[in-house]
Design a protein around this ligand. Structure first.
Ligand SMILES: Nc1ncnc2c1ncn2[C@@H]1O[C@H](COP(=O)(O)OP(=O)(O)O)[C@@H](O)[C@H]1O
Ligand SMILES: Cc1ncsc1CCOP(=O)(O)O
Length: 263
């Protein structure tokens, strides 16, 4: 994947202001919605089974995040995935807690069997857990992205998807190529929902028509370059979180191309 593909995805996303249908968790929903708005997308948090299929079909991208699943929201997720698959809308799976929490791990695998997402996004332990290995500690990672890339590549190949593993260095793969992106601040780990917002940004970029690897890279670059800038004046996680939204809104494709660091 070329850096230009990333810039294209960001530019096209900003121009088209995609409607991103999010079925996400109660912790991360406000930050994800605000991150999408700051990035130039249009969030709709619709997670009931009555409206999920039609919303997914009308949306430009769908995000399924398993952070705080309930029976009813899981039913909505089944509907949303079906609606997205029918309409050819790209969807992103964020299997929070996979490998650690058994019910949602099964739900994640069940959703994957309905049809392939464009991107599976998770921290290293979640990706390892989804692949059948041990998970993390609650919703936090106990592994490094670089140590789970064999499992990530196997998942990517099996489901015909891109697997994006977050961490100090984010590692993204389509099963063949690995893209490593090294921006980002440790303060991101002090703001609950930062990883979830990353999945939302990837979904927005997946609507751009860029390929899924470029979309995953574009979402990662947006969040982490904005985080680098936000960390500069931050006094702690609170001012950082506010500055992160400001920097997402200010970020241009040119700045992104100039500041993204591949490793
Ligand atoms: N130690 C770190 N240093 C810099 N950035 C990090 C670090 N750990 C995670 N990040 C960034 O934080 C974001 C969320 O990743 P992560 O914390 O792994 O996800 P999750 O919140 O799902 O556990 C990613 O954009 C990643 O680049
Ligand atoms: C704390 C918590 N508990 C269930 S979901 C959630 C949010 C986790 O979000 P992230 O992993 O993106 O920080």
């Amino acid at each position: 994947m070329h850096d230009d593909d990333m810039s294209y995805a960001v530019r096209a996303m900003r121009q088209s202001q995609p409607l991103v249908h999010c079925l996400t968790n109660m912790v991360a929903a406000p930050l994800s919605a605000n991150a999408l708005l700051a990035a130039g997308a249009s969030p709709a948090m619709v997670d009931n089974p009555h409206e999920a299929r039609a919303t997914a079909a009308a949306a430009d991208a769908v995000l399924i995040n398993l952070g705080t699943p309930q029976e009813e929201t899981v039913e909505a997720m089944r509907e949303a995935v079906a609606g997205a698959l029918d309409a050819g809308t790209p969807w992103v799976l964020d299997p929070i807690g996979a490998g650690t929490l058994p019910w949602r791990s099964e739900v994640a695998l069940e959703l994957l069997e309905l049809g392939s997402p464009a991107i599976i996004r998770g921290n290293a332990s979640e990706i390892l857990g989804l692949a059948g290995g041990e998970g993390g500690r609650g919703v936090d990672s106990r592994h490094r992205a670089e140590d789970v890339m064999d499992e990530a590549a196997r998942l990517a190949t099996r489901y015909g998807t891109v697997v994006a593993v977050s961490g100090e260095v984010d590692h993204l793969t389509d099963g063949e190529e690995i893209v490593r992106l090294a921006n980002g601040s440790p303060l991101l780990t002090q703001v609950s929902g930062a990883g979830c917002a990353l999945g939302a940004l990837m979904a927005a970029c997946a609507a751009s028509g860029a390929g899924p690897l470029a979309a995953a890279a574009a979402g990662t670059a947006m969040l982490t370059v904005a985080a680098d800038r936000a960390a500069e004046g931050a006094r702690g996680p609170g001012s950082f979180a506010a500055a992160l939204l400001d920097q997402l809104a200010l970020l241009s494709p040119e700045t992104l191309a100039g500041e993204v660091r591949r490793s």
